[in-house]
Design a protein. Structure first.
Lengths: 516, 336
């Protein structure tokens, strides 16, 4: 009897522990790629047309010391000594940053977006306090990294990176100073070797430009970003790919392109996007006078102003007049098309399937996450690594994608506040949703517009992925209808809108010299 | 009054009868099998059911909260208003050996917000986690003017349906497998008073979200969320009344996650949160003399302090029934 008891107990304990030990999961904190060999070098990349700079030559970078100079030989010796004394932490850092750190800085931006994508809650008296860049600590902390804020931060960072690398490529092939590991056989380069000249360091351009843009966008993270930049720069040296003067020349470029980008950002209209209540009310009244409807915030307590009513007035990257891409008006509230959609949403809500729920949640990218623009950057990062793009091609992809995403967001917000169309929970009595209804009008769907724009640029850069990414964009669009927070025409028209808007940026990309 | 010692302990007044008080163990199930649910409903007890006996419980639990701790800040939030969480709980316990009992349970949970609320989220409902546990009585000995008992339980629970755990505060459970080990010690005086303490460790697995990115003090590029392990502590003061017809208990229960993140400002909770909760409770169990094997139970619990957890109050009612699966009366003497 006793024996049997012991056996049972042993069995139960062993089973339980076995289940838990075998269930350890890998929970990656960043894209698990390491340095890789680039499929192309783009020797003529310095001739491509930048986005904000006039040309790859418009930032001055002085000629470097010759590789047979004493100055260079001293730098080389310093670098070798540093490499010989690497700590395990430094080795880990070299592995982490890889030979394409633009992806890492993109991930850092996504992480900060997720960290700051928190909507301010009400005060005890029912009022709301908005984040204030003049007092970033808050509470609430600045910024609230909502989708318009996120897409703008990503666009400025990616554009500065791209312009910076066109400049770097220009001087790399003008001065042709080879990589340390090509000059000295004793140097064991940390990544796959290639023939791209090392002066100026492309990684240093990326580190400096990214750090400066992100510090402006996330001022409370200045110290954190400074540390990351230092680690990235140190890893460039310790990789065996760049001596100090290569890195310093990259920093000159990074400083210049980030200054250009931030100068544009300071005057792009974003600072007026979150309006006072009086302006917000007049926008709402104008829509009501024009169409006979208006969107209401249904939160308790009511938020007095929707999210960034004037984001639609922010300067676009590739389109002069936002109204030129404004979609047609949504259905009248007494039209059959509208009534059919009410029925559709009720049916979806009543018959929620596992598949609809999964899609609604997968693409939700709501508060506390990296937002839909962030999701598409994550997708782009994965495809870039898979296709082994070099840093210049990487930043070209991210720059055009994020320009298109931001332009599409501006166009979407123009439509949202011009039409001021009500959300399903406002129009359908006792309607409940599985997704959170955002604080802005319904038509058109931001997810649909952002996703369509992002997928079009990715389809242009990666034709073999076109069907896949377009399918994902359509799924992201319909996910909002499954979630119960958008009408189907918000999603369908929004998808067309995103595709149309993206075409302007794609046309620009086709003419930048890379496509020849 | 000199009965065999195991016998004296179990049914001091009703010798040679399988008294329904054995069903008193049943509340322990909630604590043993379902720590995910309401952070452990009631404490595990020190009673054992005899071999070949089966006890079934059917209970209804009404939980509600209108505030929750966001980190250590107690917040009310009109987006979710008052959240109700109702649970139907069928359970069964089987006496395999006199010193070894087996438990199985499968709760059905439904959640919803009160009207009006600012979020218009739909609630959730469904079968939660199927739970299994075994309880082993290691020590039972007379000591002073009473009896000392020591027991150990091992429990395992795992989601029974594909409910979404990443849907706080409406999700019906943590969505992860859990393995628990619990040690229980009790001292009962001959006058019917008893004190009991229990310590348990909960090993929780991962839950799968329907998104493949989340923030937990940094980025996570995966749908898997690590549910923090936890320690629980329990202390109980109880007494038997009316010839062991009525049992009253006062309880204190504490759960402390060993890791995890805080709910961020005005943001939804998520399964990775570090949960701490202190709860007090009162329970009563009555066993009918007229209908052999039948009992009723009622309880009320309140979370009085916590971190990243609802300030939940819950009240429950249940019915228990115990019967001997082998028709012939168990021979008490053979049991040992």
């Amino acid at each position: 009897m006793k024996k049997m008891r012991n056996k049972i107990i042993t069995l139960v304990l062993a089973l339980g522990l076995a289940i838990f030990v075998s269930c350890e999961k890998d929970t990656p904190r960043y894209l698990p790629y390491e340095g890789y060999s680039f499929t192309e070098l783009n020797e003529n990349g310095g001739d491509w047309t930048p986005v904000l700079e006039d040309s790859g030559a418009s930032i001055t970078v002085d000629a470097p010391d010759a590789t047979d100079s004493q100055a260079y030989q001293d730098e080389l010796a310093d670098m070798k000594q540093a490499m010989a004394n690497m700590t395990s932490e430094q080795k880990k850092a070299v592995k982490y940053w890889t030979n394409n750190p633009a992806i890492r800085w993109n991930e850092i931006a996504l992480e900060l977006i997720a960290k700051y994508n928190l909507i301010p809650g009400p005060n005890a008296d029912g009022t709301y306090t908005l984040p204030n860049p003049a007092n970033p600590e808050g509470p609430p902390a600045f910024p609230f990294a909502h989708p318009p804020y996120a897409c703008r931060a990503l666009a400025y960072m990616s554009v500065a990176q791209f312009d910076g690398l066109i400049t770097a490529w220009h001087y790399k092939y003008e001065y042709n100073r080879a990589a340390p590991y090509q000059l000295d056989e004793d140097i064991d380069y940390a990544y796959e070797e290639n023939d791209i000249p090392s002066y100026p360091s492309d990684g240093a351009v990326i580190a400096r430009a990214s750090r400066k843009i992100l510090t402006a966008m996330f001022p409370l993270e200045a110290e954190y970003l400074q540390k990351l930049e230092e680690e990235n720069l140190e890893s460039l040296l310790l990789s065996g790919g760049y001596v100090t003067s290569d890195i310093d020349a990259g920093l000159v470029i990074g400083d210049a392109v980030s200054a250009t980008g931030l100068a544009r950002a300071a005057n792009d209209g974003m600072k007026n996007a979150q309006t006072p209540k009086a302006v917000s009310d007049s926008i709402k009244q104008a829509a009501y006078d024009r169409f006979g409807w208006a969107w209401d915030n249904l939160e308790i307590p009511v938020r007095p102003v929707g999210l960034t009513p004037l984001f639609g007035k922010v300067t676009m990257w590739s389109i002069a007049d936002v109204e030129s891409v404004r979609p047609i008006a949504p259905p009248q509230l007494d039209s059959q098309e509208f009534l059919d959609d009410v029925q559709l949403l009720k049916d979806y809500a009543r018959n929620m399937t596992d598949e609809h729920r999964r899609i609604a949640n997968f693409w939700q990218d709501g508060l506390g996450t990296y937002t839909p623009p962030g999701h598409w950057n994550r997708i782009a990062n994965e495809i870039i690594v898979e296709h082994q793009l070099n840093p210049l091609q990487t930043t070209r992809t991210l720059a055009y994608m994020n320009m298109a995403i931001m332009d599409s967001g501006i166009s979407c917000w123009d439509a949202k506040y011009y039409y001021h169309y009500p959300r399903p929970i406002q129009m359908i009595e006792n309607f409940e949703t599985i997704a959170g209804t955002p604080n802005f009008p319904s038509y058109t769907s931001g997810h649909s517009v952002f996703s369509a724009a992002a997928s079009e640029v990715l389809a242009y850069i990666f034709p073999d992925e076109a069907a896949k990414v377009r399918g994902w964009a359509e799924e992201a669009a319909i996910s909002r209808v499954y979630g119960g927070i958008h009408w189907s025409f918000d999603a369908f028209v929004g998808t067309d809108q995103g595709r149309e808007v993206a075409q302007y940026t794609i046309d620009r990309a086709k003419a930048d010299g890379a496509d020849n | 009054m000199t009965f065999p010692k195991h016998f004296r302990y179990r049914c001091p007044k009703h010798k040679k009868k399988v008294v329904p008080t054995f069903c008193a163990f049943i509340l322990a199930l909630v604590g043993i099998c379902l720590p995910n649910l309401l952070s452990g409903q009631t404490p595990s007890d020190a009673l054992m059911m005899r071999s070949k006996n089966v006890c079934v419980l059917f209970s209804y639990d009404m939980g509600t909260f209108d505030r929750y701790w966001e980190g250590s800040y107690l917040r009310s939030n009109q987006t979710v208003a008052t959240v109700d969480r109702n649970t139907i709980m069928p359970m069964a316990a089987i006496g395999i050996l006199d010193d070894l009992n087996f438990y199985i349970s499968l709760p059905y949970v439904s959640t919803e917000s009160s009207e009006p609320n600012g979020g218009k989220f739909t609630g959730a409902r469904g079968f939660q986690d199927i739970g299994f546990a075994v309880k082993y009585r290691a020590i039972q000995t007379a000591l002073g003017s009473g009896k000392l008992t020591a027991l150990a339980t091992a429990g395992f629970s795992t989601p029974f349906t594909n409910y979404l755990s990443d849907y706080r505060p409406y999700s019906i459970g943590s969505g992860a497998p859990e393995f628990s080990l619990r040690g229980i010690g009790q001292y009962q005086w001959n006058n019917g008073f008893y004190v009991r303490a229990a310590l348990a460790h909960l090993w929780r697995g991962y839950t799968e979200a329907e998104r493949d990115y989340y923030y937990n003090n940094g980025s996570y590029y995966t749908a898997w969320m690590d549910i923090p392990n936890a320690w629980t502590y329990e202390g109980i003061l109880g007494k038997w009344f009316f010839n062991t017809s009525l049992k009253l208990e006062l309880s204190y229960f504490s759960l402390n996650s060993t890791s995890g993140d805080d709910i961020r400002a005005y943001n939804a909770a998520q399964p990775t949160n570090k949960v701490e909760s202190d709860r007090i409770g009162l329970s009563a169990q009555y066993f009918f003399k007229s209908i052999k094997g039948l009992g009723i139970v009622a309880y009320h619990n309140r979370v009085v302090d916590g971190r990243n957890t609802p300030k939940l109050s819950n009240t429950g009612f249940g019915i228990t029934y115990q019967f001997n699966v082998i028709k012939k009366q168990t021979d008490e003497k053979d049991a040992q």
